[in-house]
Ligand binder design. Structure first.
Ligand SMILES: C[S@@+](CC[C@H](N)C(=O)[O-])C[C@H]1O[C@@H](n2cnc3c(N)ncnc32)[C@H](O)[C@@H]1O
Length: 462
């Protein structure tokens, strides 16, 4: 029976799938928005799924000590939730920003390490602020000047060893003092160091947003507005960012992140193409003396032609020293339907060597109808086509399909406002077995009750 409270756009979501349904109650939709470990909301990430969704499958289809893999880990939701539940969470992504967020969550700094490093950064700032403030002042005075060079991210250089220009929109976004602090911290943090990486990831989460806890109020925290829009907006509104202290903001962010007990298990974050994740995941697991195969995969492959992870994160990628254009040129987000299906087939073929015989593979597939207002062909029915053209030919067995309609609408609404109701019809969740044994396990566990108290009593005992 369709819900009477849904608007007509949403009624379309009730359309049945051509594939058999699996009897999994979508009770993740009933959980609070921030359900799950306190590290999850480290930084917003486009098209991420809620921790509650991944828990629904981790709880049903894995046990403590099992390896749980996400070859498209994004901000690390699946591997973090797996680690927090005593599983070995392995995340992989080709986007260095996603890799950084995943690594920060599955190999987090301890609270003491983060506090010590923050204290040393404050001391460094106090000792050298004059030079950094002078540099920020020069950048601010003439944001468009190519002569306003700054040190590279992670270079450990001081304010005088400047090597690269700052995009004009970066200077527009911050108060000059905040910009000086950011230039200092950006140069000082080394992303190959666990603690520094954690702090850098935490800063990306407070870089921009519409409240006093963010370092710039120029843009929402969900994504960076287009640079040209930012320039026009700042000019039209004579925008001047209020002064925000990076160290105070970071300290408060750390308090929020460490609200929960750190995950009981350390996970693995890999940077690379999902098509060849298997050998890299196995080598990393072997190196750590862990089981080499995953019993569960929970993942959402890139949406079809909707999201540009570099472009919509340009301020964060600038802070981290990543090239936004290069990210968008590398990722598999721009495919049309047929090449996309071939891509997914390669991914599923490539996964096999890292799966146990009874592995369950959960694919959250976004059915996309329009791309920011423009109709795209082939987006709807993508889950069905994924089964027929990518999974079945690679010998996977179908347990069934579950729906995630409301969550999808909410997610895209965050992104595109009212246009969103039409952007994504529904997410369909394909539940597959790596073999017949996996399919049977998927069917047998589907109706199991899931404990939604967090952290659950059983987990506190791990
Ligand atoms: C829908 S998002 C996953 C979001 C994730 N479930 C979360 O909760 O954050 C898809 C991800 O696929 C990544 N991606 C795109 N092409 C890739 C490829 N060839 N290999 C690995 N990752 C890729 C993108 O960077 C993006 O993070």
């Amino acid at each position: 029976m369709p819900d009477q409270n849904l608007n007509p756009g949403q009624l379309a979501l009730e359309l049945p799938s051509a594939l058999p349904a699996i009897a999994i109650e979508p009770d993740w939709k009933l959980q609070p928005r921030l359900w799950g470990h306190s590290l999850h909301p480290m930084c917003s990430y486009l098209a991420s799924f809620p921790a509650a969704l991944t828990h629904a499958f981790i709880a049903r289809y894995s046990r403590p000590g099992d390896v749980v893999l996400d070859p498209f880990s994004g901000r690390g939701t699946t591997p973090l939730q797996a680690c927090a539940e005593g599983r070995i969470g392995v995340g992989n992504d080709l986007n260095p920003f996603a890799h950084l967020l995943t690594a920060a969550k599955v190999e987090p700094a301890t609270r003491a390490e983060a506090a010590t490093r923050l204290a040393s950064l404050r001391l460094g700032w106090n000792a050298g602020s004059a030079g950094w403030l002078a540099l920020a002042g020069r950048v601010f005075a003439d944001p468009a000047a190519a002569t306003s060079l700054v040190p590279a991210a992670g270079s450990l250089d001081g304010p005088d060893a400047a090597t690269e220009p700052v995009p004009a929109e970066v200077a527009l976004a911050f108060h000059p003092r905040t910009l000086g602090q950011l230039l200092f911290v950006r140069s000082a943090l080394r992303l190959d160091d666990r603690t520094d990486r954690f702090l850098a990831a935490a800063i990306t989460g407070i870089l921009h947003g519409k409240s006093a806890s963010y370092l710039s109020e120029l843009m929402p925290n969900t994504f960076s507005m287009a640079p040209r829009y930012v320039r026009d907006f700042a000019k039209r509104n004579a925008f001047a960012s209020p002064e925000r202290d990076v160290f105070d903001g970071l300290s408060k962010k750390l308090d929020r992140l460490y609200r929960g007990v750190p995950p009981s298990m350390q996970g693995i974050a890999l940077l690379g193409d999902a098509r060849d994740v298997a050998p890299r995941a196995r080598a990393a697991l072997r190196e750590r003396g862990r089981p080499e195969r995953a019993r569960l995969v929970v993942t959402s492959p890139p949406y079809l032609r909707v999201v540009k992870y570099g472009y919509y994160n340009w301020l964060r990628t600038w802070f981290l020293g990543f090239d936004a254009r290069e990210i968008d040129a590398t990722l598999d987000d721009a495919h049309h339907r047929e090449p996309y299906l071939l891509f997914l087939r390669d991914v599923l073929a490539g996964l096999r060597p890292v799966l146990t015989d009874d592995a369950v593979v959960v694919l959250v597939i976004g059915d996309v109808e329009t791309d920011r207002g423009r109709r795209i062909t082939g987006g709807v029915g993508l889950a069905e086509r994924t089964w027929e053209a990518a999974a079945e030919p690679e010998g996977y067995r179908l347990a069934g399909v579950a729906m995630d309609d409301v969550a999808a609408v909410r997610k895209m609404t965050k992104l595109w406002g009212d246009e969103a109701g039409r952007a994504t019809k529904t997410d369909r969740i394909l539940v597959l077995g790596a073999t017949e044994a996996g399919r049977r396990r998927a069917l047998a566990g589907a109706s199991n009750d899931v404990d939604w108290t967090w952290p659950s009593r059983a987990l506190r005992a791990i």
